[in-house]
Design a protein around this ligand. Structure first.
Ligand SMILES: [Cu+2]
Length: 323
C-alpha cells in the first residue's frame, strides 16, 4: 500500500466517526421544527412518537458506525500488515471453519434483535390511539385539506396561501426573501393544543393523499373509502409544516400543511371564537319591528363564508317580512 492510499484510508475512518459527531452537534444546536441549510440529520420532532423514531434512528446509526469502523479497520490492518511485498501467504486454516461461520452469523442476528426492540416498541405506541382527548378528521382533496374537529362543530378547509400561489404562477424565480416558507404556507392553519393526545382520522375524497408533518413523527395515507388513524401529542408550542406525501395529481406539490400548536388555554379561546363564528345569527322576532340583521362576522375560510351567507339569508328574509 502506498502512503497516499494509507492516508486516504485514515481520512475515511476519521470521517466515518466525524460525520455522526457533527450530526449530533447540529442536533443539539438547531431548532427542532424546520430543516436548516446543511442539516445532515433528521429532525428530532416535537412528539413522543418522533422522539422514539429519532432515538431508534440514532441507535442504528451508531451501531452502523461501530460496525463500519471495526470492519474497515480490520480490512485496513490486514491489507497493510499482511501485504504480499512483505512475503505474506494466504491462510487456509480458517477456510470453511464451522465455528467461525456460526459466530459471524450469530453476531449480526443478535445486533438485529437488539435493534428491533426500540423500533418495535416505538411502532406499537405509534398505533395506540386509545385515551385520546380529542379527534380531528383530515380529508384530502385535489388539492387542499379539510379539517373537522369532531364533536365541536368546527370545520374548515386549508389550502395553499394565495400569495404563494400567485408567486408560483408568476413565473419568477422565488427566493427566501420573496416568501419565507415558500409553498409551505396555508390560508387556514390547523390549531392544536400542546400536551394533549390528539387522534387523527384520515381519509380522502378523490385520490390517495398522505398527510405528513415531519415534526409529528409520522406520515399517514389518506385513502378514499378507508379511514386511517394516527395520533400526536405535541410537546412544544410552535408552527410545524408539512406537505402531501403521495403523488396525487398535477398540484400534488401545492397542498401544504401547517400545524400551529398553542397552549391549552389559547386553544380553548380559539375554539370558542371559531364556534361563535359559525353560530347562526339570532332569529329576528316576528311581532315587533326587527332590528337590522346583524352583519355576518368576517369569515376566514371560503367554506365559512358560504355557511355564514346561507345562514344569514333566512334571517334577512324574516326581517323583511316583519318590516
Ligand atoms: Cu395530495
Amino acid at each position: 500500500m502506498t502512503p497516499g492510499r494509507f492516508k486516504q484510508l485514515v481520512l475515511a475512518a476519521a470521517l466515518s466517526f466525524a460525520l455522526p459527531l457533527l450530526v449530533h452537534a447540529q442536533e443539539t444546536a438547531a431548532g427542532p421544527a424546520d430543516p436548516q441549510p446543511w442539516q445532515l440529520n433528521m429532525g428530532r420532532g416535537v412528539t413522543p412518537t418522533s422522539y422514539a423514531a429519532y432515538d431508534a434512528h440514532m441507535v442504528a446509526l451508531w451501531v452502523c458506525v461501530i460496525i463500519g469502523v471495526l470492519v474497515f479497520g480490520a480490512m485496513a490492518v490486514a491489507m497493510f500488515r499482511f501485504r504480499k511485498s512483505k512475503g505474506a501467504v494466504p491462510d487456509t486454516s480458517l477456510t470453511h471453519n464451522a465455528k467461525l461461520e456460526a459466530v459471524w452469523t450469530a453476531i449480526p442476528v443478535l445486533i438485529l434483535i437488539g435493534l428491533a426492540f426500540p423500533s418495535t416498541s416505538g411502532l406499537m405506541r405509534m398505533y395506540d390511539v386509545r385515551e385520546s382527548a380529542m379527534t380531528v378528521k383530515v380529508t384530502g382533496y385535489q388539492w387542499m385539506w379539510k379539517y373537522e374537529y369532531l364533536g365541536e362543530d368546527v370545520a374548515f378547509t386549508s389550502r395553499l396561501d394565495r400569495n404563494d400561489d400567485a408567486l408560483r404562477q408568476s413565473g419568477k424565480v422565488v427566493t427566501a426573501a420573496d416568501a419565507p416558507h415558500y409553498l409551505l404556507n396555508v390560508d387556514n392553519v390547523l390549531v392544536l393544543p400542546v400536551d394533549t393526545k390528539v387522534r387523527f382520522v384520515l381519509t380522502a375524497d378523490d385520490v390517495i393523499h398522505a398527510w405528513w408533518v415531519p415534526a409529528l413523527g409520522w406520515k399517514q395515507d389518506a385513502v378514499p373509502g378507508i379511514v386511517n388513524e394516527a395520533w400526536a401529542q405535541i410537546e412544544k408550542p410552535g408552527i410545524y409544516r408539512g406537505q402531501c406525501a403521495e403523488l396525487c395529481g398535477k398540484d400534488h406539490g401545492f397542498m401544504p400543511i401547517v400545524v400551529k400548536a398553542v397552549s391549552k388555554a389559547e386553544y380553548a379561546s380559539w375554539l370558542a371564537a371559531e364556534k361563535a363564528k359559525r353560530q347562526p345569527p339570532a332569529p329576528a322576532p316576528t311581532a315587533e319591528p326587527a332590528a337590522p340583521a346583524e352583519e355576518a362576522p368576517a369569515a376566514e375560510t371560503p367554506a365559512a363564508e358560504t355557511t355564514a351567507a346561507s345562514q344569514a339569508a333566512p334571517s334577512v328574509t324574516a326581517a323583511a317580512q316583519a318590516g
